[in-house]
Structures are given as structure tokens and as C-alpha cells.
Design a protein around this ligand. Structure first.
Ligand code: 9MR
Length: 336
């Protein structure tokens, strides 16, 4: 529902991309390759005009690339890499180790620790080798730390590690990825970590230890899946980003979206409130020397995971007609 007149993007050379490139920054979004998007040329047109980095929403995950033990399928990732190369864009690899998007052949069987470790090793070596020299970075490990700041036992992968060795599977994942492609930047990616809190303390301390042990890790991703009216402490975000930057890590905002409950009308004040959330987070990124990328989880409200999975909607910078929302204008003005 559009309640205010706005100008279309078309034919404009003053884009988010053109402004970001003047500042040496990456700006992008998650790309989905479903029938709905493949049949929508405007989707790809908008990606290449407005953005210079893409993260695949699904096609590089375990269940998409490795759906049975002996089968690898890189076709979706290859398409995105080709599209990116063709349009001088970069690709963030997402993701190698996550408790979700694990196929039944891994989840349903009771493997020994040793076998499970061999499965993960083979997966990481095969996938990273296939995309060697083609990606900007990999989200090697995704969402492995809980709200309490401790390494989580959720999902299959932590079963590789016995008791007090919990976390070794994470360290190995980085080492194996680095062996397969020594030039690609390796990230840890999580949600609920933008402010200083128990979880971000846990992530900070864990990465600090990894660096101390010489584990190859180069960056940290902040997903930032939030809602339009949740309180965000800007000072805390800035301080938090700074402490990661002080460790010498690159920072990426990897999946930002700002949901609005479906029963809240998309009035101008509500959309302004949404834009303000983007301002706080993107502003903090711009104020942090090693923050080099800002990506949203999708690019248009026409296609967003939150419509299916949550009671929220309309979380992105462009509305369902690809028209710029107040959030788009705020992000653009910060790139001035
Ligand atoms: O948006 C993604 C959705 O289409 C997939 O079905 C789902 C499982 O693969 O993953 C969603 O993306 C998640 C991302 O990979 C990690 N952070 C949370 C995202 C939203 O759930």
C-alpha cells in the first residue's frame, strides 16, 4: 500500500551504488533465485543499478549445494557469480556452517563424531574450492553463539565436539576454508549482536580468542533483523562496532531488514520510523573505520523472507513496486 507519491528509480545515474563507490564502500542485498524473481527482469536490473555486492539468499547453503552425500550442485551460486562478474559486482559467500539449511542426509542419520567431522571437512573443502578466487568473503560460521554468549549446542555440527572441546569444530571450519582459498576473507555472522549485550560480548570474546590462537578469521557480520519500533541504542551500536574494529576485524552489515507488523498501516510516520532504524545502523557503520559493507536481506518488499515466516512485512529500502521508501533516501543521504 503506497500512501505517498514518490519518484521511481529508473534512468537515474545517482544511485546508492554510484555514491557508495565514490566512498569505496560495498552496498548490496540478498538475491533469491526462485521462479518469481527469475521472471522479473526489473529485479536484476535494480540489483546492478543500485548495488555492487550480492549475497545469495539460499543457493550457496549446505542443503542447496550438497543435497546428498555424493552430489554437489553449484549451479545457483555460479549464476550469481556470473551475474556479478558481468556487472562488476562482488559476491559474499553465505554460508558454510549453520544449524539450519542442513539436508536430511546429514541431519537424519546418527553419525560418529569422526564421520560428522569428515562430512563437514569435505563440504567446506569442496564448496570453497569450487568458488576459489570468485568471492569477496565467506560467512564461514553462521549463528553459532547463543543469547547467553556461549557457544550453542543447537543443530548437528556441535556434536562433532566433546564436552569442553565445544568450539573446535568452528576453529577447524576457518582453517579448512583458509586452506581451500587462502585469499578469501573469512567472516563470522550472527543476529542480535549490533548492540553491546551478552551475545555480542560472547561473539567478541570468542573471536578475540580465535585471533589469539592464530585461527584465520578476518571479519564479523552483523545481520540486524529488527523491527521498526524496537528501541535501538545508537551509542551502544557505535561502541560495539568500534571494539570489533579495534581487534582489526572488517565489519559488514550483512542482512539488515526492519519489519513492520502486517496490521500496522504503512503511513508516512511509520515509514519514517523504519528509516530512522536504518539511519542508526548504517550511520554507525559509516562511523567505524573497518566497516566496509552494508547489505539488506533482499532489495524490494515484493520478495522478502519475513512475509512468509513472520507476522511482519515491508522491511526493505524499496517498496513492492521498486519505489524508494524513506529508508532508501536516508541511506542515500548518508552516502552524500
Ligand atoms: O531468507 C532465507 C530463507 O529464504 C531460507 O528459507 C532460510 C533457510 O535457508 O534462510 C533465510 O535466510 C536466513 C539467513 O541465511 C541467516 N540469517 C537469517 C535469515 C532469515 O531467516
Amino acid at each position: 500500500m503506497i500512501l505517498f507519491a514518490t519518484q521511481a528509480l529508473g534512468g537515474n545515474s545517482d544511485t546508492l551504488r554510484s555514491r557508495a563507490e565514490k566512498k569505496g564502500l560495498f552496498i548490496g542485498g540478498a538475491m533469491r533465485l526462485y521462479k518469481e524473481t527469475l521472471d522479473d527482469p526489473k529485479y536484476f536490473e535494480t540489483f546492478k543499478n543500485e548495488f555492487n555486492v550480492i549475497v545469495p539468499e539460499h543457493v550457496m547453503k549446505f542443503d542447496a549445494t550438497h543435497s546428498s552425500e555424493k552430489t554437489y550442485d553449484f549451479s545457483g551460486g555460479d549464476l550469481i557469480v556470473d551475474f556479478a562478474n558481468h556487472n562488476s559486482m562482488k559476491v559474499r559467500g553465505h554460508t558454510l556452517v549453520w544449524h539450519e539449511a542442513v539436508p536430511p542426509w546429514v541431519n537424519q542419520y546418527k553419525y560418529s563424531r569422526r564421520k560428522l567431522k569428515a562430512i563437514l571437512h569435505d563440504h567446506i573443502l569442496s564448496v570453497v574450492t569450487h568458488f576459489k578466487s570468485k568471492l569477496l568473503c565467506w560467512d564461514v560460521v553462521n549463528e553459532a553463539i547463543g543469547e547467553d554468549g556461549k557457544i550453542s549446542r543447537e543443530g548437528i555440527w556441535p556434536r562433532i565436539d566433546k564436552g569442553k572441546h565445544l568450539g573446535d569444530y568452528i576453529k577447524n571450519a576457518y582453517r579448512w576454508a583458509h586452506q581451500a582459498d587462502p585469499d578469501v576473507l573469512l567472516f563470522y555472522n550472527d543476529y542480535g549482536t549490533e548492540e553491546i549485550n551478552k551475545k555480542s560480548d560472547g561473539v567478541y570474546n570468542f573471536i578475540k580468542d580465535l585471533k589469539k590462537e592464530g585461527v584465520p578469521i578476518h571479519g564479523v557480520g552483523f545481520q540486524v533483523h529488527i523491527s521498526y519500533n524496537e528501541p535501538l541504542n545508537e551509542e551502544s551500536i557505535r561502541e560495539n562496532f568500534k571494539r570489533f574494529s579495534d581487534l582489526g576485524l572488517l565489519l559488514h552489515i550483512t542482512e539488515m531488514d526492519v519489519g513492520i507488523p502486517k496490521d500496522v498501516p504503512l503511513t508516512p510516520p511509520v515509514l519514517e520510523q523504519q528509516a530512522e532504524q536504518y539511519r542508526k545502523v548504517f550511520g554507525a557503520c559509516l562511523a567505524t573505520p573497518l566497516c566496509q559493507a552494508f547489505l539488506t536481506w533482499g532489495i524490494t518488499d515484493k520478495y522478502t523472507w519475513i512475509n512468509q515466516v513472520t507476522d511482519m512485512t515491508a522491511p526493505l529500502l524499496l517498496d513492492e513496486f521498486y519505489l524508494p521508501k524513506p529508508a532508501y533516501r536516508v541511506v542515500k543521504s548518508l552516502l552524500d
